[in-house]
Design a protein around this ligand. Sequence first.
Ligand code: ADP
Ligand code: UVW
Ligand code: MG
Length: 394
Amino acid sequence: MNTSVLVINCGSSSIKYALIDSDPNASRLAGLAERLGSSEACLKGNTSSGKRFTQTLPNADHAEALKAILERLEGRVPGAVGHRIVHGGEHFTQAAMIDDHVIDAIEATAALAPLHNPANLAGIAATQDVFPDLPQVAVFDTAFHQTLPPRAYRYALPEALYTEYGIRRYGFHGTSHAYVSQRAATLSNRGAGGWLTAHLGNGCSTSAIWNNQSLDTSMGLTPLEGLVMGTRSGDVDPGLHAHLHRQLNWSLDEIDNVLNKQSGLLGLSGLTNDMREVEDQALAGHKGAKLALEVFCYRIAKSLAALSCALPQLDGIIFTGGIGENSPTVRRNVLALLPHFRFSVDDVANEATIRGKEGKVDNADHHGPEVWVIPTDEEGRIAMETRHCVETSE
Ligand SMILES: Nc1ncnc2c1ncn2[C@@H]1O[C@H](COP(=O)(O)OP(=O)(O)O)[C@@H](O)[C@H]1O
Ligand SMILES: CC(=O)OP(=O)(O)O
Ligand SMILES: [Mg+2]
């Protein structure tokens, strides 16, 4: 097979893409088409000579944005397309060649990831229109977490809700947790022992990984459970839904919308879902922003402490995602809330490890668990799994 893979990560109003060669030294064409469906959609990316470009796409939908993306690939036709699919339910423990059966299975789980799966399906349809003859592969966020044992994936609910309706914890961001934990195991002397990972982007989740296998994670049936996120509440009292309905007469759709789109950093700060602005405003003394930062960090620390129960031993912790990779403040605040774990952060290294830098940020001479910052590479991992899936199906 021609070994370059076009990776497509379709969100509801954006598409991230990357054209990835099997030679890691080859230049990677990558970019983002955002605000799709609005009058000022925009495509940003790089060219093989490293130049940045920006292109306005008037009123573009997913299909039009994909066409514009393909025109930016400088004539390089990929050998396969790899799609990020957020929810694969229990059907998929690894990547799968896309056919009608796989599309039906993705549709069947769409209700569990309403912000993600419908957009992922739109990305598949648009790509199949443009490349009807290329192999297309689905790489699932949930697949890496299929190693969770029942004690971690079952809710304490009547059994039939699991056996008949698949209501259980699935976990997400699997390609990211898998990539960063394997990278840390390669870079650290500790190897593939016990690692806690914190993927902190717009969506946020933690995971406990032992010997390259996920043993527990903070997201559950849907990507709403767990940590505070950009606009998602994370954990709330399960009694909240009934309370809001009975007291405020809110419909299920209204409740869902508030918890998914108006909560998290945005809800707490009353300002923004963007951590950069939350930090700036917190420094300037804005009460809501200070509270948002405090709750965000406390909930991450609490989740990491809870997940440590899944591990026989703790070798280190890994921060990744836009916030994990770029915010020394969040990393410092989270670790300060975990004094029993004997982390020892090197403040200079912590401040310096931002903007795509990879490294260990603890003091070299201490004996506690290590602290790593590892920029995630969901696209690289999706390309690797896509290539493997195509080659083993040939
Ligand atoms: N320098 C920075 N300091 C703090 N947060 C940052 C910084 N750069 C990016 N972020 C945050 O990263 C988040 C986006 O993460 P990212 O992983 O890119 O998102 P996505 O989940 O959409 O891929 C936003 O909250 C953004 O504010
Ligand atoms: C699963 C999930 O939350 O994904 P994202 O971070 O891309 O929103
Ligand atoms: Mg993300």
